[in-house]
Design a protein around this ligand. Structure first.
Ligand code: IMP
Ligand code: MG
Length: 189
């Protein structure tokens, strides 16, 4: 973390609304490999079902699953939280549910960012009710000092300041997901 923007080539189309690089593409890449190695060791006996929370976790999920050297399975959920564009209300709506049964499974939720923790708290209760063998979380980003709900996160990629960020799956109004690095957003929402 803390790289200077000049270390990264920022796409011209995006430059105008982006601030500093919070996590560079290389830092993301290296950390995802580390997380994959750790998950490979921790779940060697029982490969997990990776549950990607759409859409923000798509880039992370795609890279993380390839960094795990186990026969993992993957599934997807889509949730949307009511409220303003950059703050969650904590009221979560399930837009797409899982296709597979969780009974007795080792479930690992793959999330992009934990801010207030309200979304994850809701998901944990929702999925926990389906009797998985275990239910853990792998979050790429954790916003420092923002959690309104106590979270035990088994894996965290990076702890970052509470500024709004975009890139590597994270969006504002559906844009910037296709950037390889993570930036602060300085434009209008
Ligand atoms: P929470 O419920 O406050 O923890 O917010 C979690 C969800 O809000 C994440 O899964 C993201 O979809 C979204 N979110 C929170 N912070 C950011 C951010 O900085 N950039 C983009 N999306 C964010
Ligand atoms: Mg999300």
């Amino acid at each position: 973390m803390g790289s200077h923007p000049s270390n990264d080539f920022t796409a011209l189309w995006a430059q105008h609304d982006l601030g500093e690089v919070v996590v560079s593409a290389k830092e993301v890449h290296d950390r995802v490999l580390e997380l994959g190695r750790q998950i490979t060791v921790d779940y060697a006996k029982n490969p997990p079902l990776l549950v990607c929370v759409l859409k923000g976790a798509i880039n992370f999920m795609s890279d993380l699953m390839r960094a795990i050297e186990l026969p993992v399975e993957v599934d997807f959920m889509a949730v949307s939280s009511y409220g303003a564009a950059t703050k969650t209300s904590g009221v979560v709506r399930i837009v797409k549910d899982l296709d597979v049964d969780l009974l007795g499974r080792e479930v690992l939720i793959v999330e992009d960012v934990v801010d207030s923790g309200l979304t994850l708290n809701y998901l944990r209760q929702y999925l926990g009710a389906r009797s998985p063998q275990s239910l853990e979380v792998c979050a790429l980003l954790l916003k420092e000092g923002e959690q309104r709900v106590e979270q035990s996160l088994k894996y965290v990629g990076f702890t970052i300041p509470s500024d709004f960020v975009v890139g590597y799956g994270l969006d504002v109004n559906e844009r910037y997901r296709n950037l390889d690095a993570i930036y602060t957003f300085t434009g209008e929402v």
